[in-house]
Design a protein around this ligand. Structure first.
Ligand SMILES: C[S@@+](CC[C@H](N)C(=O)[O-])C[C@H]1O[C@@H](n2cnc3c(N)ncnc32)[C@H](O)[C@@H]1O
Length: 218
């Protein structure tokens, strides 16, 4: 299935709401019951539970569940899809009150604070135009603490060319890190063979970054 690429916040919201309405939170190809690589990187990067964390395009992911279970006290979840956010709120129940909910489009958002950890799994790879990636980098720079950490996961170079009908850009770790240089430098990488609910393997590239010490303020 290929769809017309949404290019406005309203169109993106409509697209992603339809995807979540149609497939359900655990029927989408990116569903994972346990966010294993995220949890491993939290440990490797020594992200303490007092860190402020934003899951950018977190959707209906269970990353937020695991952060709360690990006693993180400052968790934000941003997504353009209200359906996804409502699904996550319903799943969390009363614990949802502990989360800062940001029903926003990343291209229509100015961070009001700087986060200790910025987490993005399977959002950045939808940015196929250079000006979109430049906008993302601008928002990332203004939303990351000087000693913060950034985790970004995209499809690997031998991964699918599309996700939920939309084209993606595929990266190896070197290419992905290069996008964010020189403002951020690479701390760590992972390769993951994600198994979709339909039983297909989707190779992912993960990078962990941190702002470069001599970067100009974002
Ligand atoms: C492939 S899903 C990944 C969801 C989640 N990160 C995960 O790993 O389960 C992409 C997510 O990004 C959200 N999204 C796409 N474009 C966005 C934008 N411009 N601003 C905010 N969220 C966006 C979608 O609604 C969707 O939840």
């Amino acid at each position: 299935m290929r769809v017309t690429r949404p290019t406005t916040p309203d169109n993106r919201a409509a697209h992603w709401n339809t995807v979540y309405d149609t497939k359900g939170e655990d029927g989408v190809s990116w569903y994972q019951a346990t966010p294993a690589v995220t949890l491993e990187l939290l440990d490797t990067l020594r992200i303490g539970h007092d860190a402020s964390v934003i899951d950018l395009g977190g959707g209906a992911s269970v990353v937020v569940d695991h952060l709360l279970a690990r006693q993180f006290t400052d968790v934000s979840l941003l997504d353009v899809s209200k359906v996804a956010l409502d699904n996550t709120k319903a799943r969390l129940g009363p614990a949802a009150e502990q989360v800062h909910w940001l029903h926003r489009d990343i291209f229509d958002w100015t961070p009001e604070r700087r986060y200790d950890l910025w987490h993005d799994r399977a959002v950045f790879h939808f940015l196929i135009d250079e000006h979109e990636r430049d906008s993302y980098l601008h928002v990332l720079r203004s939303g990351t603490a000087p000693d913060g950490k950034v985790i970004i996961a995209t499809f690997d170079t031998h991964g699918p060319t599309h996700c939920s009908g939309l084209p993606v850009v595929r990266y190896n770790a070197t290419e992905l890190a290069q996008i964010f240089a020189p403002h951020f430098h690479l701390l760590d990488t992972r390769s993951e063979e994600h198994l979709t609910p339909a039983g297909l393997v989707q190779p992912f590239t993960w990078v962990a970054l941190t702002p470069s010490p001599d970067r100009s303020p974002g």
